[in-house]
Design a protein around this ligand. Structure first.
Ligand SMILES: C[S@@+](CC[C@H](N)C(=O)[O-])C[C@H]1O[C@@H](n2cnc3c(N)ncnc32)[C@H](O)[C@@H]1O
Length: 215
């Protein structure tokens, strides 16, 4: 199947070749139920739903969790994409279109729901800090998680701990961003290494950026 990650004229964490590298991970594992932690403007969400729809028809689910403009609970050391502060675009046309014509905050449930409108029956978007809300979600059926939310040490440890509790021994996939040299966040790398060591998990480095854990 040809993989073609589209940007939908929005911002994405997976620019250039990275979008298709992400889709390749999905196509390697062919999941039905996907969780994304850190939805941002929903571009990866939309590409994920497009892909899941292609391989599963209507029989898939996507759950996306993000602060969506809300406040973090406990951790003030989070590394926030600069774009989120006041929705600054380097492209002036996008600035006019989103900030003055539509007056739309791309990192909002409203805006992401609009982007995912073809899939309303399959998706759930949840606003909140994963340090608080992840443990309250039913994650038993998740086949594939893209972990790309809060990037502090404590948040990554929290998220991995909660995910692993539901996914352990099921041969499911946790794909983590910002681990390797190509998009390196030292706290993320350290948290993942510590978690993997403690739980005796193998880390599969993907293109010097992502790391994949099979539970
Ligand atoms: C790098 S962006 C995600 C990019 C997205 N996965 C993509 O492919 O376009 C990180 C997102 O995580 C969210 N975030 C940061 N800390 C969070 C937390 N503690 N709980 C939930 N979401 C968080 C931010 O609001 C931001 O939208």
């Amino acid at each position: 199947m040809s993989l073609n990650y589209k940007s939908y004229w929005r911002k994405t964490g997976l620019k250039g070749k990275w979008g298709n590298i992400f889709l390749k991970r999905l196509s390697n594992h062919n999941p039905k139920n996907v969780l994304e932690i850190g939805v941002f403007c929903g571009v990866t969400a939309r590409n994920t739903c497009d892909f899941l729809n292609k391989i599963n028809g209507k029989n898939f689910s996507y759950i996306g969790v993000d602060l969506f403009g809300g406040y973090q609970n406990e951790h003030k050391d989070e590394i926030e994409p600069t774009f989120l502060k006041n929705q600054k675009f380097s492209n002036p046309l996008k600035n006019i279109y989103y900030n003055y014509i539509l007056k739309e905050n791309l990192n909002s449930i409203k805006s992401v729901s609009k982007l995912l409108r073809n899939y309303t029956d399959n998706i759930k978007l949840i606003a909140g800090d994963t340090n608080k809300i992840l443990k309250e979600l039913d994650l038993q059926n998740i086949d594939f998680t893209f972990l790309d939310g809060g990037h502090s040490y404590q948040t990554v440890i929290n998220d991995l701990t909660v995910l692993y509790k539901s996914m352990k021994d099921k041969k499911k996939v946790i794909l983590c961003d910002d681990y390797g040299k190509e998009s390196y966040i030292p706290e993320v790398e350290k948290a993942i290494n510590d978690f993997a060591k403690k739980n005796n998990l193998k880390l599969n480095l993907i293109e010097n950026r992502f790391v994949e854990i099979i539970t």
